[in-house]
Design a protein around this ligand. Sequence first.
Ligand code: ADP
Length: 496
Amino acid sequence: MSSAVEGAPAVLARVPSGMHINGEWVAALDGEEFETLDPATGRVIARVPRARAGDVARAVAAAREAFDGGRWGESVSARDRARILHRMSDLVRERRDELVEIEILDCGKPLADARGDIDEVAFMFEYYAGWATKIAGDIPPVGTDALSLVVREPVGVCGLIVPWNYPMLMAAQKVAPALATGCTVVLKPAEQTPLTALCMAAIAEEAGLPAGVLNVVTGFGVEAGEPMLTDERVDKISFTGSLAVGRHIQRTCADQLKRVTLELGGKSPNIIFGDAPLDDAIVGSAAGIFGNQGEVCSAGSRIFVHSSVYDRVLEGMVAEAGAIRLGSGLDESTTMGPLVSARQRDRVMAYVDGAPADGARHVFSGAMPESDEFADGFFVAPSVFEVPDHSPAIAREEIFGPVATVLRFDEVEEVVRLANQTEYGLAAAIWTRDINLALNTARRVRAGVVWINDSQPAPSESLWGGYKQSGVGRELGPYALDAYLETKQIYVNLGG
Ligand code: ADP
């Protein structure tokens, strides 16, 4: 049995039917389902359970019981946890091609991007498998007649709520460190893209993860995400998504002082100085805003260009946008897929259509796919706008679509001020051959991630997370482990 509807692409037969609670594949208590669409064609491809409070409560109970009953966490040795995570990584690699195809059918991204995502998912499980056996405590010196042991313990039951732009990767980014530390999990994928999270649960089951350790509930934010925020049996919420929902989560979780990690939006500056390696800067800046259809929290959407190279960069950005080929992500020649949903397309188009009256100059708009096959798909052509300052909404607000704004600057002081003129602080890119200028600017930009002569790499071994309203806490690398661990002191009186 699978979630796929009749006539759907064959690979979807690999998606299990039902959601995963306590080691079983189950329907929603009331039997309700919702549809997921292929954004390239607008066609329904699968139906999954529509979880509500009662279903979420079952999943939370299973995760609680798995944690308290010793099916994971401290009762299972770190070696055994590592072994299972390694096996999950191997299974992701074995199923790479089908996971890539399922991800594309669910969220629309092109093959190269989807392959990159799934490869990183496999690496993520491998990387955190390594950490499982290396989480150690400390013995601070406290005097001669006592021993103070500082130990790290899993925080407990984690509610992991993820978005639709990198569905399996964002899930792995939270699930892998949570499992490595010994936490148990209720994972809620975004309602637009539930399929690869279900595949992840199937992989975990096959890898030998005990029942109840990784539960997946499919459903909508308010119906299936919200109940986790108020359930006292949930110790921790880790969320990636919009600023508005992030604020709501922080506020709601404050009632029980739940641990919270938030990865929110961005309006990242991309600064091209006059001495930048220009060809690289143009290609990299274009990829930084048009990659993954611009549906990227760290997208370099605000492109600041020094006056001395402004015309060349603008021309280059237009050429890059013009070379983009829209179509189905499954087609090797496609370089930009559809947006995830009709709603997201309409949101982005409202920004594009409203921008000229708001003071932005629409310099270029790319070509839409020609084939009738895609007439009902959620495509948005890449756009380049010139803006005089931050007054147009497209220069200030997160769009989450392929919309670049280009702004001219003359002085370093001016561009640093402009770069920081935002409520967000997720990422920034700086293009220059002058190492002092690069590092000085990197230090002054208020962002959690700064790229020099590059844009968007996010190696899993390093760090991710935002300053200001881009988030709370850090993910990736060893830093993610802190989000899933409590720290305890055990004091031993040796003096009698
Ligand atoms: P977007 O606007 O890009 O769809 P959201 O922040 O709304 O992003 O969604 C990201 C994730 O948060 C999704 O899994 C969504 O279902 C979930 N979500 C949305 N609203 C809530 C809520 N009130 N409580 C918990 N989760 C939510």
